[in-house]
Design a protein around this ligand. Structure first.
Ligand code: ARG
Length: 286
């Protein structure tokens, strides 16, 4: 009870401080808040460094022999990762490693998993033809929170804010980043995207970018998540260059595939021969 009192008092104090800050900001302009926020370093594809702790379902894909990420993915179940089909068609399952909880790929933080098996959308041929989605099944569950799939087709309104994440190129000609980065983008109207890219298919894809360019996914970010409202709404798929004005990034439209993705489950666990866990199993001997 004492402890609860202290915690409550703390919360109330925090709330008051917050109110004070909001009021200050309203009166003095946003500059009043500048001192309290960490400096954001603008980069060429926009955005800034972030940490996997803030996006715990974010995973890097590396090959069995390299430490840098060639693609990314999102954890949608303890042992399931959504990524792009084009990220895995060149590899066998045992040639791909999944790394979670590692903001900086030069470190050994977090956990690594192997891929037992994968599902590639059966209609996939190339990113520009759509269906650029795949699910990886891991050898063991990862102890990180998962990202829910967007299932509502109505969630894709033009102008909706979204975030794209990855360890990919920080400029159109590289290099890639060893630290996780995120960029803020907005969803682009299907009609605008269709006018930009003749390959655009609004059933299979959704576009996101910024009017002036400057914030976008780039090479190496493929397979990674486009997140809005705390849900996976897109999978980084393709684009024309990176962060060019009038050239938004194109993402697999997750809501169109959500049921199919969700239906992909790891194979049932082998029938147990050891019944020792079942201590109160009625058929137990002794
Ligand atoms: N295909 C790229 C990859 O394999 C992703 C390109 C995304 N491009 C963009 N401008 N949003 O990593």
């Amino acid at each position: 009870m004492r402890l609860m009192g202290v915690v409550l008092a703390g919360l109330v104090t925090l709330a008051l401080v917050n109110l004070a800050l909001v009021n200050l900001a309203a009166v003095d302009s946003p500059v009043a808040l500048a001192g309290s926020s960490t400096p954001v370093q603008p980069r060429i594809v926009g955005g800034a460094s972030t940490r996997t702790a803030e996006h715990p379902w974010m995973v890097a894909l590396t090959t069995a022999t390299s430490a840098s990420a060639y693609c990314a993915g999102a954890l949608i179940g303890a042992d399931r990762v959504v990524t792009a089909a084009h990220c895995i068609t060149d590899y066998r399952p045992d040639g791909i490693r999944v790394i979670a909880g590692r903001t900086d790929l030069r470190s050994s933080d977090g956990q690594e998993r192997q891929v037992l098996r994968y599902w590639i959308h059966p209609d996939y041929t190339s990113p520009e033809h759509g269906d650029d989605v795949a699910v990886l099944f891991l050898d063991r569950a990862l102890p990180y929170p998962t990202l829910p799939l967007e299932t509502d087709p109505g969630a894709y309104w033009a102008g909706a804010p979204a975030t794209v994440l990855g360890w990919g190129y920080t400029a159109e000609r590289g290099p890639s980043s060893s630290e996780l980065r995120s960029a803020d983008v907005v969803l682009v109207a299907d009609s605008d995207c269709a006018a930009t890219y003749r390959q655009f298919d609004q059933r299979a894809m959704v576009c996101a970018g910024t009017a002036r360019g400057g914030s976008d996914a780039c090479y190496g970010d493929s397979g990674g998540p486009l997140v809005a409202g705390g849900r996976l709404i897109g999978v980084t798929s393709w684009g024309s260059g990176c962060a060019r004005a009038g050239r938004p990034g194109v993402y697999t439209r997750v809501a169109s595939y959500a049921a199919e993705i969700d239906a992909q489950r790891p194979e049932p666990v082998e029938l147990r021969r050891d019944y020792s866990d079942y201590w109160d199993w009625p058929g137990r001997l002794g």
